[in-house]
Design a protein around this ligand. Structure first.
Ligand SMILES: O=C[C@H](O)COP(=O)(O)O
Length: 231
């Protein structure tokens, strides 16, 4: 995405929106260690990794939270499997769990099934654990986005999140974030993720209502603030 916006923000403030993310299947433990070191250097909010990397040594990065994906990336797991995966991640030190919904259920309009799936994972991620619900917004139409966001609210989620970053339909858009924010209201967070490659994109998504950003290109995006006039 490429966008312009008028919000004022600096790299330190923007970094605190960021889940610094590495979810590639080929990622190694050394890659994740480098992610943690870079995240600490950049001052991001959290690192977001695959569950197989837990427990993760954050002793050199005491201010970093740990976010872990669940049912990733397809969401096509039985709810009990997602719940067990989330419970293990919490036992192994996760602060936040980013679960993928059953996108097919949403496409079919079965929002009760979507809600039940989220409820199962919510039970495994009790507060103060944070549950984010990845809706894969680019694969849904507006009515489906609204239906899934309402299901996430009803299920007690903390955030709705646009994208896995792995779906061929695409990632975060300003339109999806605006619609998600309008649907969930101020009580839930909205995380924009997937395909965010410039500072202008990041700031536009915050302007649209995002309260968290999932970025694998964090260094590039934060560096961009230094050269994007108007920020
Ligand atoms: O949840 C985060 C996404 O996987 C990040 O996507 P990205 O690699 O396009 O920044």
């Amino acid at each position: 995405m490429t966008t312009t916006t008028a919000i004022t923000i600096d790299p330190t403030a923007l970094a605190q929106y960021v889940d610094h993310t590495l979810l590639k299947p080929e990622a190694t433990a050394a890659d994740v260690a480098a992610l943690v070191a870079e995240g600490a250097r950049l001052g991001v909010y959290s690192v977001c990794v695959s569950p197989s990397f837990l427990p993760l040594d954050l002793s050199e990065a005491p201010n970093l939270r740990l976010a872990v994906v669940c049912g990733f990336p397809s969401g096509k797991h039985d709810s009990s499997v997602k719940a067990a995966e989330a419970a293990l991640s919490m036992q192994q030190g996760a602060d936040e769990v980013d679960m993928v919904i059953d996108i097919g259920a949403a496409k079919a309009g079965n929002f009760a099934a979507v809600e039940a799936d989220i409820v199962a994972v919510r039970a495994a991620v009790p507060a103060p654990g944070v549950l984010k619900v990845i809706i894969e917004s680019a694969a849904l139409d507006d009515a489906q986005i609204v239906g899934v966001c309402r299901a996430a609210v009803a299920a007690g989620a903390d955030f709705v999140k646009t994208s896995t970053g792995f779906h061929p339909a695409g990632g975060a858009t300003v339109h999806a974030v605006e619609l998600m924010r309008a649907t969930v209201g101020p009580a839930l967070g909205v995380k924009a993720s997937g395909g965010i490659r410039t500072a202008a994109d990041a700031v536009a998504l915050i302007d649209a209502g995002a309260t968290r950003l999932g970025l694998s290109a964090t260094g590039h995006v934060l560096a961009g603030l230094d050269c994007d006039a108007g920020y």
